[in-house]
Design a binder for this molecule. Structure first.
Ligand SMILES: NC(=O)c1ccc[n+]([C@@H]2O[C@H](COP(=O)([O-])OP(=O)(O)OC[C@H]3O[C@@H](n4cnc5c(N)ncnc54)[C@H](O)[C@@H]3O)[C@@H](O)[C@H]2O)c1
Length: 341
């Protein structure tokens, strides 16, 4: 019986990964350890097999709680738990340093103490900073660390701690770094679900600056399949960049979503740029493709269709998420320029 310990599994990507594990390994057990911050959502776990999926509410910075929750002979810890939104890290970095750095170290310590076989750290391309607007420039696994936001800096620090645990203590670790994910169940403060949610309600769509920033988009289930491959077949101590070779400018994305929904481009509203806004991310996924045999299954068009279909058929999920704390965040971030959600 394989035993997995997933942190942050009530969030966007973590919940997709828990689903994938339960589907791929019919006899595995998954402990899902999540603090249920504003971004964690029990609705994301609806329908999971309660005989094989155990949810525990807890904070990864609390070593005793992690220790107690970790089952004997756990095969792997997969760490998704994080403060994950750049804009929030610019407003205040404290929680980012606590969860993303301290929390990762706590997990590494407990993994060693309990003899966990493998530790997988889910990281981001943002640790490598920003690329020039030149289609020949890509992030590789050897690109230098150049984090530009407090979020990216905290994720870079976490990677250093994972590397140190491998080098110093021989812990079996793997790091995966991915670009921007899209798909079902993403909290609508992030660009794509925010666009979609606002467009569905005929509300203005805030686009930062000139809208020409480039991101490398990947469908969430493709990301999760790459993480699973890295977990199963990745070299100990290795880092894998994961990307679907799908660079898009923010403005192009806004227009294509409005087109798919049959809405007018006049909903686009340019707002003051994010301070220090990275211009371009683009990932070279050659290593994960050649060494692990990974390929994305979704094209940009098929992934987007799936995402739109999901949000359209889960308006209750969206409305619950958009009430409460989200309204306060939105008013603070965009209120003066585009009004309330
Ligand atoms: N979303 C992306 O496009 C993207 C891209 C690359 C990497 N990542 C990384 O993937 C991971 C998951 O991202 P996401 O978009 O699903 O994030 P998310 O914000 O949707 O989910 C994060 C989850 O972590 C939980 N959490 C936060 N602090 C915690 C703590 N102290 N203890 C336990 N749980 C805690 C939250 O409750 C939430 O369920 C993060 O590590 C992020 O850095 C995300």
């Amino acid at each position: 019986m394989r035993k997995f310990f997933v942190t942050g599994g009530a969030g966007f990507i973590g919940s997709a990964f828990v689903r994938l594990l339960l589907d791929e390994f019919p006899s595995c057990e998954v402990t899902n350890f999540d603090a249920l911050t504003y971004a964690g959502n029990p609705d994301n776990l609806e329908g999971l097999d309660s005989l094989r999926h155990y949810f525990i509410k807890g904070d990864i910075c609390d070593g005793d709680a992690v220790f107690a929750a970790l089952a004997e002979n756990t095969d792997a810890i997969i760490n998704f738990a994080a403060e994950s939104h750049v804009d929030r890290s610019i407003a205040s970095a404290d929680e980012f340093l606590r969860t993303n750095i301290l929390g990762t170290q706590v997990l590494l310590d407990v993994a060693r103490a309990r003899g966990v076989k493998r530790f997988l750290q889910v990281s981001t391309d943002e640790v490598m900073g920003s690329l020039p607007d030149d289609e020949r420039a890509f992030f590789t696994e050897d690109s230098p660390f150049r984090p530009n936001s407090p979020y990216a800096a905290s994720k870079a620090a976490a990677e250093h701690l994972v590397r140190a645990a491998h080098h110093t203590f021989g812990l079996d670790t793997v790091i995966t770094r991915c670009g921007n994910n899209y798909g079902p169940r993403q909290f609508p403060e992030k660009f794509l679900p925010l666009l979609l949610a606002n467009a569905l309600n005929d509300e203005p769509i805030p686009v930062y600056g000139d809208g020409l920033n480039v991101r490398d988009w990947i469908y969430v289930d493709d990301h999760c399949r790459a993480i699973l491959l890295a977990l199963e077949k990745g070299r100990s101590g290795a880092t894998y960049n994961i990307g679907a070779r799908n660079e898009r400018r923010n403005l192009e994305i806004a227009k294509s979503i409005l087109d798919q929904l049959g809405k007018s481009h006049s909903l686009i509203k340019f707002v003051k740029d994010r301070p220090g806004h990275d211009r371009r991310y683009a990932i070279d996924p050659t290593l994960v493709e050649t060494e692990l045999g990974w390929r994305p299954r979704e094209s940009w068009e098929s992934g987007l269709r799936k995402m739109i279909k999901w949000y359209r058929s889960h308006t209750d999920w969206l409305e619950r998420v958009r009430s409460g704390a989200y309204r306060e965040y939105y008013a603070r971030q965009y209120g003066a320029e585009v009004g309330a959600p």
